[in-house]
Design a protein around this ligand. Structure first.
Ligand SMILES: [Zn+2]
Length: 309
């Protein structure tokens, strides 16, 4: 199972794209330019500037600032925790040079990074500014202008993709179950334990709202719905055993007032998505997702959707 890995896989894709375009990696000196002999202080300032560049790069790829310098380094090197081996592994190709953050060369101490709880702002400072003569400022988030909106869009799309991925993972489990049970689907998620989902492994949750998915069993089929699709800017997001992934947009979505878009579902759009939502998209538009108030299949909390293998 690779529940929750998808965030990193997206990062992998993003980084591979960047990789292909940039001939210079990490902290290597520029092409054809011999390494200059820098004073410790000059080297420190350069490392300081580089660290900020890496932090901002992370932001542009993810839409939020890293939780710590360790998280930054792990993210840049595509390290993920494997539940199977209990080890952190890098998804980078073997011969790829690692991105190392490094310490302040003057003091040998790490740079000091703090981030706000919402990941939207940070400060970066030298471990001992006095050693630099007190005239080196603390650094903070760059004003990216409209590019910040692009980064936010990436973040939102990634979260939605993660949610859809979770739906597909859960659906795959239901299909495995049906194969072994004369085509009968599980009555609820708990029925998947322990054969299709180990007791110790948590069922995935929506990465946007951290709530359990809503499973609805019906004769010959099922739906698994995102518990709060509004968090994705959608009226509905679910997986239907017959129709596949279904995205329901709000009727007044600027693009087109058609209301329904299901890229993965070839068949006819289920007419249930927004029965009466013409005027107020805030109201809960999915009767079928709401009627069954969350069969509580996963008592154990999942706070970190990303860390599992
Ligand atoms: Zn969701």
């Amino acid at each position: 199972m690779t529940l929750g890995l998808v965030g990193y896989l997206f990062m992998l894709l993003a980084f591979s794209a960047a990789w292909a375009e940039s001939p210079v990696q990490g902290s290597q000196p520029a092409v054809n330019k011999p390494q200059e002999k820098l004073s410790e202080r000059a080297a420190g300032l350069r490392a300081y500037a580089r660290l900020q560049a890496l932090i901002e790069y992370y932001f542009m790829e993810n839409g939020f600032y890293p939780a710590s310098l360790e998280a930054l380094e792990a993210g840049l090197n595509m390290r993920v925790f494997s539940a199977e081996t209990k080890k952190t592994v890098s998804l980078l190709p073997k011969d790829a040079p690692m991105v190392t953050l490094g310490n302040d060369p003057v003091t040998g101490k790490p740079f000091v990074y703090t981030v706000s709880s919402d990941g939207r702002s940070y400060t970066l400072s030298l471990p001992e500014p006095k050693k630099y003569g007190n005239d080196v400022p603390e650094l903070c988030q760059v004003d990216w202008g409209w590019l910040a909106v692009a980064a936010e869009g990436k973040r939102v799309r990634r979260i939605t993709a993660n949610c859809a991925h979770n739906l597909e993972e859960l659906a795959a489990l239901c299909e495995f179950y049906a194969k072994d049970h004369k085509k009968a689907f599980p009555p609820n998620f708990e029925a998947l334990r322990p054969q299709y989902m180990p007791e110790k492994v948590r069922f995935p949750r929506c990465p946007a709202c951290n709530l359990e998915y809503v499973y609805e069993f019906r004769r010959g089929g099922y739906t698994i719905a995102c518990p709060d699709p509004h968090k994705h800017g959608l009226a509905g997001l679910k997986y239907d055993s017959e129709k596949g992934l279904m995205y329901a947009e709000f009727p007044n979505a600027q693009a087109q007032p058609k209301a329904k878009e299901q890229p993965n579902a070839q068949a006819q759009p289920k007419a249930k998505e927004q029965p009466d939502a013409q005027t107020q998209p805030k109201a809960k538009e999915q009767p079928d997702a709401q009627t069954q108030p969350k069969a509580k299949e996963q008592p154990d909390a999942q706070t970190q959707p990303r860390t599992k293998e």
